[in-house]
Design a protein around this ligand. Structure first.
Ligand code: FAD
Length: 390
């Protein structure tokens, strides 16, 4: 039986996340976007009310929320401001490799840091010459006795400038392509250098930085999973985090849709509110359908995870569709506003800029289609358990 209704607890969680987005995020979202202001106070408040680190299990001090519950929170963050929402949610991305491949000691220590104080972690996969194709990464980790020595540079790292620890992917076998990648936990204090803060088109309140490692030494036990299993670990991480990104895209689309509906009822042209014109009604109708469909795909991809099943195909369907829908819905929202939509005094141009990144990070729209094509042409069973890495 399929039941799309939320439990009382899920209703309460969604309401709490919505209230937080409405009271703490929305009032400053457009102002923070202007200057690219870092939302330090909002991060502190979200941590205090328990809206951060939702996936950290209870045994490590977290709430141990389900992936589905995480999506409820992320849709509301996306509705409030996806730039601030990305800053609040990125610990989930950085923490996923630790959850899947870390030892007990590592989990206690590094999840402990996040639950004891409003601290941040960052996920370091992308490099200047290795984006969609991470097998070309140049960062290396060389084992020397009981340590690894890391050298290289990572770009576009969310929360990079403010993180206290990093999950870092590096080559442990330079000639083995994606089979030569390993993953590590690297504490900031090991000597991590923050090089550059990007000036972005959208999500301007999030921090995106270049991170450099010059002979950074870490204990050998900071390896996650096994040597040369980092690529598989990264793919498993993205299966788990793409539903959250899709949820955020649904939130952006919902925000643009609400603004467009309100405006269409107020703006009068040719003697009637523009909502009376069928061309506008059809845009509003398509927006509504895209939001519903995006949410359903997102929920399905999260529920599969919560059931311990493989969700590779479902999470790419969700991320691909919700991101493209967010771009279309926000672009059409600008259309509904007409010329005013293009002006910064009105709310929808920010949402259109913010939506663009949803088609780029955590696997571009094209990479999602590659995954969908592969999983469709060479199907794997969805009831295969979502395997552990180590
Ligand atoms: C704001 C922001 C935050 C980010 N946060 C993080 C982070 O926290 N951690 C992290 O590790 N990375 C992060 N990234 C990096 C992001 O994941 C990459 O930008 C993304 O994976 C694409 O890589 P690329 O930019 O090098 O583009 P490229 O891989 O160079 O792609 C360029 C174009 O070619 C297309 N393309 C590439 N290969 C193929 C193919 N085989 N078939 C068809 N089309 C293809 C792409 O879809 C794209 O349209 C972030 C990026 C941004 C902009």
């Amino acid at each position: 039986m399929v039941d799309f209704s939320l439990t009382d607890e899920q209703h309460a969680l969604r309401e709490m996340a919505h209230d937080f987005a409405a009271k703490e995020i929305r009032p400053v979202a457009w102002e923070f976007d202007k200057e690219g202001t870092w939302p330090a106070e909002i991060i502190k408040k979200a941590w205090e009310v328990g809206l951060m680190n939702s996936h950290i299990p209870e045994e490590y001090g977290g709430p141990g929320a389900s992936y589905f519950d995480g999506c409820l929170i992320e849709e509301e963050f996306g509705w409030g401001c996806s730039g601030i929402g990305t800053s609040l949610a990125a610990n989930g991305l950085a923490g996923a490799p630790l959850l899947l491949g870390g030892s007990e000691e590592l989990k206690r220590k590094y999840f402990g840091m996040l639950v004891e104080e409003p601290k941040l972690a960052a996920f370091c996969l992308t490099e200047p010459d290795a984006g969609s194709d991470v097998s070309g990464m140049r960062t290396t980790a060389v084992r020397k006795g009981d340590k690894y020595v890391i050298n290289g540079s990572k770009c576009f790292i969310t929360n990079g400038g403010y993180a206290d620890w990093f999950t870092v992917y590096a080559k442990t076998d330079k000639d083995a392509g994606h089979r030569g990648i390993s993953a590590f936990i690297v504490p900031k204090e090991a000597g991590v250098i923050v090089d550059k803060k990007e000036d972005k088109m959208g999500q301007r309140a999030s921090n995106t930085a270049t991170i450099t490692f010059n002979d950074v030494e870490i204990p050998a036990d900071h390896l996650l999973a096994e040597e040369n299993k980092g690529f598989k670990l990264a793919m498993m991480v993205l299966d788990r985090t793409r539903p959250g990104v899709a949820a955020m895209a649904v939130g952006i689309a919902r925000a643009a849709f609400e603004f467009a509906v309100d405006y269409s009822k107020q703006r009068v042209q040719f003697g009637v509110p523009i909502a009376m014109h069928q061309a506008i009604q059809f845009m509003i109708a398509d927006m509504a359908t895209d939001i519903e469909a995006g949410r359903l795909l997102t929920w399905q991809s999260a529920v599969l995870l919560d059931q311990g099943k493989r969700n590779t195909l479902a999470s790419s369907h969700a991320k691909r569709f919700a991101a493209d829908a967010a771009m279309k819905v926000t672009t059409d929202a600008v259309q509904v506003y007409g010329g005013y939509g293009f002006i910064k005094d009105y709310p929808v141009e920010k949402l259109m800029r913010d939506a663009k990144i949803m088609q780029l990070y955590e696997g571009t729209a094209q990479i999602q289609r590659l995954v969908i094509a592969r999983e469709t042409l060479l199907p794997r069973r969805v009831d295969e358990p979502a395997a552990a890495v180590a």
